[in-house]
Design a protein around this ligand. Sequence first.
Ligand code: AR6
Length: 204
Amino acid sequence: KLQAAVPGSKPIPTILGPNTIPEPSKALNDRVAVLRGDITTIAADAIVNAANRSLLGGGGVDGAIHRAAGSGLYDECKTLNGCPTGSAKITDAYALHCRKIIHAVGPVYDPIRHERSEEKLIGCYNRSLELAVEHNCRTIAFSGISTGIYGYPSREAAPAALSAVRKFLTGKNGKKIDKVIFVTFERKDVDAYDEAIPLYFPPV
Ligand code: AR6
């Protein structure tokens, strides 16, 4: 494993091991992208909502997705009986341009037990990718789960997201996903991905 030489940076929270970066791979790098914009406009096979345990809508991106999808989404969500933190459930997309919506329930960030928060956040990414594969969704767009109202610092969330996705793409079902798009909304999210992408998907 290569050492990530990032002077003055904090150790990267990662499931790949602290301060290690994986081997560069063009094939893998071609399968991830960062896009700044509104996730409700993305025509991926699946988009991932940052939901809460009720799955019945809320503010932030969740509110935007429910408004854009229409009331059929709320009616379907009512049948799901909620979802635990760190996991996800899937619905149809109604008026949206995607085929499925995956509703992931991220953790409320806990700065004291941040490993626990990271474990839950990684759970969201893993379960969302598994659900995408189960429903033949080959392209998936993630919103910045937990990085808004739930207070997860973007500079900690981006490495966790990237390490989980990298691990999935190199795992047994990884070939069933063609493209993972990280849809960011604010400058701080863009900066966090710009900083972390070269560590988890090093330039070839
Ligand atoms: N479109 C796209 N992205 C957005 C939008 C939008 N309209 N609004 C915020 N973001 P958040 P969380 C970005 O707060 O932190 C809800 O009430 C935002 O910049 O939507 O997981 C749920 O029901 C951030 O990067 O989700 C839960 O109760 C990302 O989306 C709670 O908020 C996620 O921010 C979940 O909080």
